[in-house]
Write a protein that binds this ligand. Sequence first.
Ligand code: PLP
Length: 371
Amino acid sequence: MNTAKKSIYLDYNATAPIRLEVKDSMLAAMDVPANASSVHSFGRAAKKQLEDARAVVAGVVGCFPNEVVFTASGTEANNLALRNFPERPLMVSAVEHPSALKVRPEVKVIPVDENGIININKLTDNLQFIHKPLVSVMMANNETGVIQPIREIAEAVHATGGLLHCDAVQALGKIPVDLGVLGVDMLTLSAHKFGGPVGAAALIVRQDLAIQRQLIGGGQELGRRAGTENIPAIAGFAKAVELAAKDRWQRDIREALDGMEEMILAAVPGAHVLGRQAQRLPNTSSLLMPGVSAETQLMHFDLEGFAVSAGSACSSGRIEPSHVVRAMGFSEEEAACVIRVSAGWDNKPEDIQGFATSWLKLAGRLVKKAA
Ligand code: PLP
């Protein structure tokens, strides 16, 4: 990766570095004009590239190719899923990305426990009072890495005649994503979270579900998403999916993060690792440094050469307390002291050990003063 200053990138959940092979496949796709709706030879070649990419994505997540609807972002795919079925009441977990949480004003929010997990019994109780809902629960959370019991949630939702959409944007490339196992009706993916380009994503839709396009225009994607398909980005998406399926970095990185978390918890009273009792992604740690604001932490880590991030940043650049951390029962003050470390295939365990030393150095200076 090319950065002006030699800095260690630990912000994969924001966006992952694009892989070299992905770049190459995109450049090759850009060499020819490519509108997959054109009938001439260029158009037919583009159509073949598009359908090859669709088959690759379908093969990795275990669905039929005609169930893959390409979109320009995970945000768009979530909107496409949740703006459909307006006759169904919408239920969304409290820790979803804003593209699911805010998509309809009348949404009913499903609470999570202190580990960020949905309680299946409570969900089942709630479902009794709601007629055939559309439910959206993410597979893994972008801030904490906490993994939801999607299979069980799908069974509970289906038992009441509901539909389940799952945002798997943070899951693909980090843990297996298999539609046969998950049993969901719709699933969102986004290429830039696992080494593909920004601007390529997909909504997987069960083939017996009819969805309406949300943009007015051409009949692309079997009428489910209008707009000329972005062939270079989609080619890069497919290459990234293929490469991610072969990745083996996960175990070493999780071990390094677990070691870091143990050190931090042992050394600093009042420190927290969010969702530590839950199953989590292999690459994510969400850390609370008591009494030290995320802004202060991010400045320190930036100066020390570590790129990490905090909860949702609003457009002014100020850090807002995260709705995910608040939903797990932390106060606004506590939520303001949480940062996220998210690693990936380009990291070594030493990067995480270096970050841990830097975290302890700052805590040694500032947490004592706050006490
Ligand atoms: N869903 C989750 C869980 C995410 O983390 C993100 C991006 O941060 C999105 C959806 C949106 O994806 P995109 O950036 O492709 O719009």
